[in-house]
Write a protein that binds this ligand. Structure first.
Ligand code: AR6
Length: 174
């Protein structure tokens, strides 16, 4: 499913964030210390190889809502943008911190002249953010940020499960 706003297209697809070879950047649902982990972080670090953790470690710790950028190492993507999402029920206000992740990642990518970027559903796995609420916060933030972007033409959200894919499609359809 796709929706174009100004010159930027938002795409919702089902897949693996570590297998998006046509994207210049992918976003990692990171931990504060930017180390290898489970879920998205595990998939990205596995595909990138040990050089990614070596590059990232000195940039940590990061705060909820913050985004930092690294190279893609063995990934097909030139860059990885690492975001620390809020732990649901712990890092508050969760909606603002989740919005900060998407906004900061997009602005950082745009500054690096990146034209295509793929996000996972940050915070909705181990960090426990309810899927539907997260989809609405994320899409509203993406749509609100698009007018401030100069270079990004494609913003893809990659959902792992069929249920999450349906939730995000519905949220984008409005
Ligand atoms: N591609 C796309 N989405 C995925 C993939 C994948 N390969 N694997 C899982 N998901 P999570 P968080 C979905 O837990 O909640 C890590 O250990 C998953 O189904 O990766 O932000 C870090 O080190 C869920 O919907 O991220 C942190 O400690 C979503 O991606 C912590 O987990 C996010 O799940 C971050 O937790």
């Amino acid at each position: 499913m796709k929706k174009t706003i100004a010159n930027t297209t938002i795409e919702i697809i089902r897949g693996d964030i570590a297998s998006q070879p046509d994207m210049q950047a992918i976003v990692n649902a990171a931990n504060a210390h930017l180390l290898n982990g489970g879920g998205v972080a595990g998939a990205i670090h596995r595909a990138a190889g040990p050089g990614l953790e070596k590059e990232c470690k000195p940039m940590g710790p990061i705060r909820p809502g913050e985004a930092v950028i690294s190279g893609g190492h063995n990934l097909p993507n030139k860059y990885v943008i690492h975001c620390l999402g809020p732990v649901y029920g712990q890092d508050k206000p969760e909606d603002k911190l989740l919005a900060d992740c998407y906004r900061n990642a997009l602005l950082l990518a745009d500054k690096k002249e990146i034209e295509s970027i793929a996000f996972p559903a940050i915070s909705t796995g181990i960090f426990g953010y309810p899927a539907e609420d997260a989809a609405h916060v994320a899409l509203k933030t993406i749509i609100d940020t698009i007018p401030n972007l100069t270079n990004i033409r494609t913003i893809r959200v990659v959902l792992f499960g069929q249920d999450d894919f349906e939730i995000w499609k519905k949220a984008l359809a409005g």
